[in-house]
Design a protein around this ligand. Structure first.
Ligand code: MN
Length: 745
């Protein structure tokens, strides 16, 4: 016996001229005796009438295409509604026949199926590069599944695509041939595999392969025919031996062979980096038996007769593939030690292996319908979502079984750019998320959105299939409120960064103001030339960076002035003054008096409470720092209660009141553009000088900051605090110490 029959294409090439209506009906009647010939013929007629004189690129009348698609669907043994859908699938889009016409003549099921196929046809899925990294192809697959709803939509679409691929050589545009082939290879063929329709999948792959990589296709075919020639005898011999073994043991079986398809071989060569000769399963025998126990019996017989390759044994009966495929695979060492794969399964399994989901329709109780019992756990007709979900999980069989039980897949929306690039987003996403998903620059300059041709608010939640055009403006002006409008991390962090840029401008002007005040206070001429010399010392690149650091409080004004004027007099550093009761020379700011102040002992203002004239104060003697002055209500004092010896009664000296002092306040300010500048203005107008600023914490909504303000006395500071309280931007403001009561100021 010669070479086994190689699994043929479903139809042998473009059948010319085309199937007649009675021939089509006869085809269907073979597997569905209940077929309504009339309905089929009406669909056939409407198809011909609607497409009329339209032509295809091949020169055939257009209706030859839907008829061919119907023929492929019939070969998959699909139900009458599906065959009608195949006949009518291009009618709504390409002809004058309306949806209402169709609905009144064919009812809701066929009309909705046709609409589903039409919708899929309107997508140009691979207009952009599909790289595995961004999962575009996988997202497209999910999208197509989600759009299909009824699995028959996808099945008819795949038949349609198969016929278009078979006639693709007539398409005049090379770029379109390439696009369609790529789309087929990356989206439709994998989908066909996922719903188990191997027949469609392998032919779709091979046809795309031929167009996408003609030279590789050519060379694989050459190698294949050479291989056939060399192996023909061995295969025949093994075929006879197999039949003998099964015959001797009285196993009722059908044996046929299948040759691996060119693209499948090519993929294996690429993925596994092996040579053509090393592809172990170029040829495989299939043994089809009556029931499952026969499968295992045959397996035992083969393993007794020949040595098997243990590493290549697979039991897909006990653990089916995610798409429902079941079979035993074993590789045996034949007469000359050549390795041959044998696949053992029942007729029903073989049917599912070839037709996948389509095999779930059957003739039973005088009607042809979807048989749920056949589907078992895998029921793509009614539960397409688990299938979609499975794809995101590599599709391990047992994992799939778990996933199949879950209700899900409402967590994503699939949207499109005007150029049909698919953007998958989480449910609840808005045009801003979309804009950032397209590109950061698009998001940064987004000022509006047009959804499906209409301008919509930026907070609109996107729906499946929305086409979104982003309106871009010159300067980005996001407000922190935008953050609540987005759900993707990318958009959120980008918006945060953007508002920070806006903030930087505010910090810059505050920093500038601080520098200006500092120079004025010390009676120095301000010039940026001086600043430039200082930059290096302070490790900044630009004057702006310096201002921003000062504005943010990352650099204190004191440090800054030290760097500008090395060796300048530290007029706020009490260490410098040896006179304790009179801290004064022409530049001094603080005067205190009290018992126990001695020559040579340093005086400091407490950094916990920043006392200023007007406050009731106490001095604490410390070993490290000399005398530290605290306000009487400073929290720190509580800890020192057991050391009364270290307490000194101090008071401000008369005459100190009109001298400027540094007061410190903490404030919580709303995190919106303009807030900081407004606060600085309030302080300025109240006669205070902001000399330092320090941000403690910044949340999306608020800043917590500490500000040093030069004031004349405590009363002055309390006036500033009151003015700040009046501002809408200020949430809380108080002196920078715990338990401050207004009365003590
Ligand atoms: Mn079509």
């Amino acid at each position: 016996m010669g070479r086994m029959n190689v699994t043929a294409e479903i139809v042998s090439k473009e059948t010319a001229p085309y199937l007649s209506a009675p021939a089509l009906a006869a085809m269907v009647r073979k597997y569905d005796p209940s077929v309504s010939t009339k309905k089929l013929e009406r669909a056939y007629r409407l198809c011909m009438e609607s497409h009329g004189k339209q032509m295809r690129h091949s020169g055939d009348p257009y209706y030859a295409h839907p008829i061919a698609v119907a023929q492929i669907a019939a070969q998959l043994r699909m139900d009458t509604d599906s065959i009608c859908t195949a006949l009518l699938h291009d009618v709504l889009e390409d002809t004058d026949t309306t949806e209402d016409d169709m609905r009144s003549e064919f009812g809701d099921v066929v009309t909705d199926l046709v609409k589903g196929v039409t919708k899929l046809g309107q997508l140009e899925l691979s207009s952009t590069e599909l790289s595995p990294e961004d999962k575009q192809a996988e997202n497209f697959q999910k999208f197509v599944l989600a759009m299909s709803k009824d699995i028959r939509v996808l099945l008819v679409k795949l038949c349609d695509r198969l016929h278009n691929m078979r006639t693709l050589q007539y398409h005049p545009k090379a770029s379109s041939r390439e696009r369609i082939s790529r789309e087929t290879m990356e989206i439709y063929a994998p989908l066909a595999r996922k719903i188990g329709v191997d027949r469609l999948c392998s032919e779709l792959e091979d046809l795309s392969f031929k167009f996408l990589n003609p030279s590789a296709y050519e060379s694989i075919n050459k190698r294949l025919s050479a291989w056939r020639e060399s192996q023909d005898a061995a295969i025949s011999q093994l075929s006879i031996m197999l039949r003998d073994v099964l015959g001797k043991n009285k196993v009722n079986a059908r044996i046929y062979g299948r040759e691996k398809r060119p693209f499948a071989i090519w993929r294996k060569l690429q993925r596994q980096g092996i040579a053509f000769e090393d592809v172990a399963d170029i040829y495989a025998f299939r043994i089809i038996v009556d029931d499952v126990s026969d499968c295992y019996e045959v397996l035992g017989l083969l393993h007794r007769e020949w040595r098997c390759v243990p590493a290549r044994f697979r039991d897909f009966i006990s653990v089916p593939k995610p798409n429902g495929y079941q079979s035993l695979h074993t590789t045996i060492l034949g007469p000359d030690n050549q390795r041959v794969e044998v696949q053992i399964r029942t007729q029903a399994m073989d049917d599912i292996a070839e037709r996948g989901v389509a095999a779930h329709w059957s003739y039973k109780n005088k009607s042809y319908s979807y048989d749920e019992s056949k589907a078992g756990d895998i029921d793509p007709l009614h539960r397409i979502r688990p299938l979609v979900e499975m794809m995101g999980h590599g599709g391990e069989a047992d994992e799939f079984m778990e996933l199949a039980k879950l209700e899900m897949y409402a967590d994503q929306v699939f949207t499109f750019t005007p150029k049909n690039k698919l953007i998958a987003l989480p449910q609840g996403a808005t045009p801003l998320d979309f804009a950032y998903a397209v590109h950061t620059k698009v998001g940064d300059t987004c000022i509006g959105a047009i959804i499906n041709g209409r301008e919509r608010p930026l907070r609109t939640q996107l729906q499946n299939g929305d086409v979104v055009k982003i309106i871009r403006g010159g300067t980005p002006e996001p407000t922190p409120g935008w953050e609540s409008m987005v759900v993707t991390g990318k958009a959120r962090s980008a918006l945060r960064r953007l508002t920070r840029t806006g903030e930087s401008q505010e910090f810059r002007s505050i920093g500038y103001m601080l520098v200006d005040h500092a120079f004025a206070r010390e009676d120095k001429e301000f010039s940026e030339t001086i600043l430039r010399d200082t930059l290096k010392r302070l490790n900044f690149d630009t004057v702006d960076d310096l201002y921003i650091a000062l504005g943010r409080g990352k650099l204190s004004v004191g440090e800054f002035m030290d760097a500008v004027f090395p060796g300048r007099k530290h007029n706020q550093d009490l260490n410098k003054f040896e006179n304790r009761d009179l801290i004064d020379d022409n530049t001094a700011k603080f005067y205190v008096k009290g018992e126990g102040l001695r020559e040579g002992v340093g005086l400091h203002l407490g950094e916990c409470c920043y006392p200023i004239p007007g406050d009731r104060i106490v001095g604490i003697h410390t070993k490290e720092k000399g005398i530290v002055i605290h306000t009487i209500d400073c929290d720190l004092l509580a800890e020192l209660e057991n050391e009364p010896d270290s307490w000194l009664d101090l008071a401000w000296r008369r005459g100190a009141d009109n001298t400027a002092s540094i007061g410190q306040i903490t404030a919580t300010i709303e995190h919106v553009p303009g807030a900081l500048a407004a606060i600085a203005t309030i302080i300025g107008e109240a006669g205070g000088n902001l000399t330092n600023i320090h941000t403690l914490k910044r949340s999306p909504s608020f800043f917590d900051m500490v500000m040093d303000i030069e004031v004349t006395d405590a009363k002055h500071l309390s006036q500033i605090v009151a003015a700040m309280r009046a501002s809408a931007y200020v949430v809380t403001v108080r002196r920078a110490r715990a338990n401050t009561s207004e009365g003590s100021i």
